[in-house]
Ligand binder design. Structure first.
Ligand code: SF4
Length: 467
């Protein structure tokens, strides 16, 4: 790692950029315009949020608050838990623990920093972690291993069995940083009573682990507050997805990132509710005028991403979709399987329900929410088994009616690479043009963003999706 890279803590750099960015629209429009000229390095990423109006600005504030918490947890007298995007945050917020998601911190770096996270990716290998692991964790993990971020108090992950490379990165971090570690097991099925009982018991062990390491017991009032906030958020998300079904879709493509990113960071917190309400307001207004959420308000194509998105600098992925008037109908990360979600119609037993009737009901609800998180639900086993990847993608295709489906992932993702050709074959058999993109969503060195654009453009032309 270059000496210059070690000069400032990674989490501090990200927080200081985001903190300033989140305040940039507090002044007048003229002040903002002048500001852009003074910060050529960050003006594109700032503009990519601000041009979406209120939801973009709230998202910036949410990003800044999350980064501030990750960086100042100990100053605030709070514990910090290193964790994974697929671990639902409400239980941590119920304990006032700061979740520090490696994947979120990686995406901060890839979206905001022109240099990306390559030095941290490589540093993990210098420290002894395998280079065949997933870049989603490794992009930020390198900074934590190098001591360039706040040292977490403990680690919690829920990926063993679902994604070994994800789980290994947390177990490596635990050994390397010498901090306590809890691995929540995944339930092999979702609707079987024996499995559900086991998972609920495992979740209670997780709660005991948090109690031991925070010195606090679970406060029922605080738990209820978080559960009720999450309930409101689920209802708002359901309405946004319902609106996406319209043709043209009135939901701007960037809301894909806002919806799942906001949830990975602030699920159960008020600021995420505020974000969803603002998104819904814009989407409803677009629906009223039958405008699409794309740049020119007209929809030329509809795309669904069957795994994750591309997190290249300055959010150029969503910009490209927008500029080509392609409605982004969400990725797999968009599906959380809350009760009432349009994709859960006819599959109600697969969805979770937040029940606040008593403490046990709330704990069991959060445990069920955890087991439906993106990746945990779909990538647990055979891609074509009931309730898994193919089933969920076909369910989303049925309600959202995309013109194409595309796969984007990471080089280390053995889980999906092992099945994606079969998934694509099955989708094509159902008449859905499907594109597999050979690149890495977090590491532009594998394939440049420009190469990705070439592939997507070629596919759109050959399959006569965009003419
Ligand atoms: S992208 Fe693939 S390798 Fe990375 S965490 Fe998800 S399933 Fe695991």
């Amino acid at each position: 790692m270059k000496r210059e890279t070690r000069e400032y803590p990674y989490d501090w750099i990200l927080w200081s950029i985001l903190e300033n960015a989140s305040k940039s629209r507090d002044g007048t429009a003229k002040e903002y315009e002048r500001l852009l000229g003074l910060m050529p390095h960050f003006s594109d990423i700032l503009q990519s949020m601000v041009r979406h109006g209120e939801p973009g600005i709230i998202f910036l504030k949410l990003l800044a608050e999350y980064a501030r918490n990750c960086f100042t947890a100990h100053d605030q007298g709070r514990k910090a838990a290193l964790t994974s995007f697929c671990l639902a945050t409400p239980i941590l917020y119920a304990f006032d623990v700061v979740p520090v998601s490696l994947e979120v911190m990686t995406v901060y770096g890839t979206l905001i920093l022109k240099r990306g996270t390559s030095e941290f990716l490589d540093y993990c290998c210098e420290a002894g972690f395998t280079e065949t692991s997933c870049s989603a964790q490794r992009g930020a993990l390198g900074a934590y291993l190098a001591g360039l971020a706040l040292k977490p108090d403990f680690i919690i992950c829920d990926s063993p069995g679902i994604c070994d490379t994800n789980a290994n990165s947390f177990s490596f971090a635990s050994a390397y940083l010498d901090i306590p570690f809890y691995q929540l097991s995944y339930p092999p099925t979702l609707t079987d009573e024996r499995v559900r009982t086991y998972h609920h018991a495992d979740f209670r062990n997780l709660i005991s682990f948090i109690e031991n390491h925070t010195g606090n017991t679970l406060d029922p009032d605080r738990l209820r507050e978080v559960v009720n906030e999450a309930k409101i958020q689920d209802e708002l998300a359901n309405e946004i997805i319902e609106l996406q079904r319209l043709v043209p879709s009135p939901v701007p493509g960037i809301y894909d990132l806002l919806l799942y990113g906001g949830r990975f960071m602030m699920g159960g917190r008020k600021i995420y509710t505020e974000l969803l309400e603002s998104m819904l307001k814009t989407a409803r207004n677009n629906a009223r005028t039958m405008s699409s959420g794309t740049a020119s308000s007209r929809e030329r194509a509809r795309g669904l991403f069957c795994y994750i998105d591309h997190y290249t600098t300055d959010m150029r992925f969503w910009r490209w979709m927008d500029d080509n008037d392609i409605s982004h109908l969400g990725s797999l990360l968009f599906t959380f399987w809350q009760e009432g979600a349009p994709y859960s119609k006819g599959k109600e037993d697969e969805a979770y329900r937040l029940d606040d009737s008593d403490v046990d009901a709330m704990i069991d609800s959060l445990s069920s929410q955890m087991s439906r998180m993106p990746m945990v639900k779909q990538i647990r086993g055979p891609y074509d088994a009931p309730q898994m990847w193919l089933d969920d993608v076909l369910g989303a295709v049925r309600i959202l009616k995309p013109d194409f489906v595309a796969y984007l992932g990471t080089m280390g993702c053995r889980n999906t690479w092992g099945m994606v050709k079969l998934l694509a074959r099955d989708l094509e058999r159902q008449g859905i043009p499907t594109l597999i993109l050979y690149g890495d969503s977090f590491d532009d060195r594998v394939a440049s963003w420009e190469a990705m654009v070439d592939k997507m453009s070629e596919f759109m032309k050959l399959r006569r999706i965009l003419t």
